[in-house]
Design a protein around this ligand. Structure first.
Ligand code: NCD
Ligand code: ZN
Length: 350
């Protein structure tokens, strides 16, 4: 039964299970856009230099907390950037002491600031074994970096070449396949019944590769993993609106200044923090599944991470189109907000 008649929805306050907050002036400007609607977020460690140690995670968390606006409550869930030199005992201590919630695996060179990522997976095996022992999830950027592999195939190839062997070697490791973009990834997650989940971004539910390339190149739709063909987008929407506990929201909101986006070699990343909940509500409503937004944005993530859902709630209401700024100002320059290309009728009540 589609729930299209609904014009109001109250759900536990959502969390964002994959977020880039950056640092300095950018952090100050983008954090309020997330803390307005979200209670917690998994914070990506790809700063320059990356957050590799528990000490760096503590310092970064303090800088984040200092940027939380007055009156807002926001809990950053920190991650450690996995390198071939990561000390398993530092990871264990960071988890035990509540400093780090997860570890992030970037294959070296896969995306923005990933040069110190992993090349030889055998080298990080001792860390992964400790994580499996203590139940600490590994967040995975699931793309191979091999130049021989077509950029549109990098996720599917990663599953075969890296993820399957890795999960066979360390079967008790909890893995989040982040920002999945393909039917292949959706199928792989659906076929695994233990220790595997996937996050899906807001923008990958809305754009396909035509949005990036047809009728002129659109740098603001360029992110990694790059959006795939329409059939994949449809598979992602089906997974997201299904209520399946293995799929949950990780916006991958990734702000870059306009200057860094608009150049001959522009940065990958889409900034969706301000309008994410409106965009998602529109997508779920169009699928006749607005009620499933609760599972996707508020329940499935905490469940996988072994955390309680948030106590307080947000209410979304449907009405006249809501306007969001096209850009936000930051001390580093303007950042463009994701344009879904359709009107947004759902707003988050204050
Ligand atoms: C992210 C960024 O800008 O840090 N970019 C992106 O396109 N998603 C890095 C990432 O998560 O891949
Ligand atoms: Zn990301």
């Amino acid at each position: 039964m589609p729930d299209r008649h609904l014009t109001s929805l109250t759900i536990p306050r959502p969390d964002d299970w994959h977020l880039h907050l950056r640092d300095g002036e950018m952090l100050k400007a983008v954090l309020p856009e997330t803390s307005r609607h979200f209670a917690r977020a998994i914070i990506m460690p790809n700063l320059v230099p990356p957050v590799v140690s528990s000490q760096q995670a503590v310092a970064y968390r303090e800088r984040i907390m200092a940027a939380v606006p007055e009156g807002a409550t926001f809990t950053p869930l920190m991650t450690l950037y996995l390198t071939e030199a990561t000390d398993p005992e530092d990871v264990r201590a960071a988890h035990t002491n509540g400093i780090a919630t997860a570890v992030k695996l970037y294959p070296a060179g896969a995306t923005t600031n990933s040069a110190s990522g992993v090349r030889d997976f055998e080298k990080v095996r001792p860390v992964l074994e400790v994580m499996a022992e203590i139940g600490m999830p590994l967040c995975v950027h699931g793309e191979v970096t091999d130049n021989e592999i077509d950029i549109f195939d990098r996720e599917a190839v990663f599953i075969e070449r890296v993820l399957k062997p890795l999960r066979k070697k360390v079967p008790d490791l909890k893995v989040v396949m982040e920002h999945v973009t393909t039917q292949d990834a959706v199928d792989y997650v659906r076929d695994s019944h233990k220790n595997l989940a996937a996050t899906i971004t807001t923008h990958h539910l809305i754009i396909n590769r035509n949005h990036i390339l047809a009728g002129g190149i659109k740098p603001h739709f360029y992110c990694l993993p790059v959006a795939k063909r329409e059939a994949h987008r449809v598979a992602l929407v089906q997974a997201a609106v299904s209520g399946d506990k293995r799929f949950f929201l990780g916006t991958d909101s990734a702000p870059h200044t306009e200057a860094n986006k608009l150049q001959s070699c522009g940065c990958a990343g889409i900034f969706t923090a301000p309008n994410t909940m409106s965009c998602l509500a529109e997508v779920f409503d169009a699928a006749g599944r607005i009620k499933k937004l609760e599972d996707f944005a508020s329940l499935n993530g905490p469940r996988f991470y072994g955390l309680p859902p948030n106590d307080d709630t947000i209410t979304l209401t449907k009405g006249d189109p809501v306007r969001y700024p096209t850009q936000i100002e930051t001390g580093d320059g303007p950042v463009t907000v994701f344009d879904p290309g359709f009107d947004l009728h759902w707003r988050v009540e204050d």
